[in-house]
Design a binder for this molecule. Sequence first.
Ligand SMILES: [Cu+2]
Length: 328
Amino acid sequence: MPTNRLRSRVWRVLSLAPLWLLAGCVKQHAGDDFWMLDPKGIISATQDHYLTLDVLVMLLIIVPTGIFIVWAMRHYRKDGGRGHYDGRWDHSNVLEAIVWGIPIVTVGILSYYSVKAIYAVNPYHPTVIARAERATHARDPLDVDVISTDWQWVFVYPKQHIATVDRLVIPTGVPVRFRLTSATVVNDFYIPQLVGMIDVMPGMRVRQSLVASSTGTYEGFSADYSGAGFSWMDFETRAVSPQAFGAWVAKVQTAPAHLTYATFRTVARPTINVHGRVAYFSQVQPGLFRHVVAETMAGKTYPTPMAMTENMTGYLRRQARRDAHNRD
Ligand SMILES: [Cu+2]
């Protein structure tokens, strides 16, 4: 019957259409929109590696199962199927081995790689960084203290005695060790191309490390919803050559502003940094990080004015007017 054959051919082509659409998506966006899966550092590359491995292992279950379902539906279909119904069938060792054996092996493999991954990117002692350091005799790590406020990021470079707001600059090939805390509420520190998320909590201190392997500008942001200004709570991360980093530090060291406890309290006041303005400080009061942690533990808060939350559009409009005025 030619009509039937034609219909089945049309169906076959149509059933493949979603695949073509997907292929189109991947091709069209390959340049930009998959940047989150484009690691540029040792830690993010390791995370990406284990993510890919997990997906592949899971596909080893999903793909054969999908194929088997289609096969079984065809094989045992009501008319024309080649399988036959056996009313007395109740057990098959082969089937038991498949439905228990494959999941046990899969979970075993996933567990093995999960444990390896946990040690490899452990924020308190990432073995991939330790191994890279031993192999390359890497120079001294760079320490950066990160303090999140509502809704900006303060970066303090204790050894360089400088600080910035919403701008992280790091040298490539050098391990960067972060101490992180929050002066307000919980946030997530996240630079997808360099390092995964870590929770940043008030009155607490956590650690994170990364090594950027190539120069570039990478997006960093908070991945925990933390109120009105959350959408603008991002920072540019610039990975530059160690020489360029030295020059940048020297430049910031000439900035007129200093970051004392008093200045920090002004910086930490709720600010919606719509335009991503960056601030530089050439001097930092020693022990600022610990002081902020202690203050937060003692109950210091930075209350958000109602105007910023209940009438945010009004607030943003006023801010836009103020900005326009300041530009004139
Ligand atoms: Cu979180």
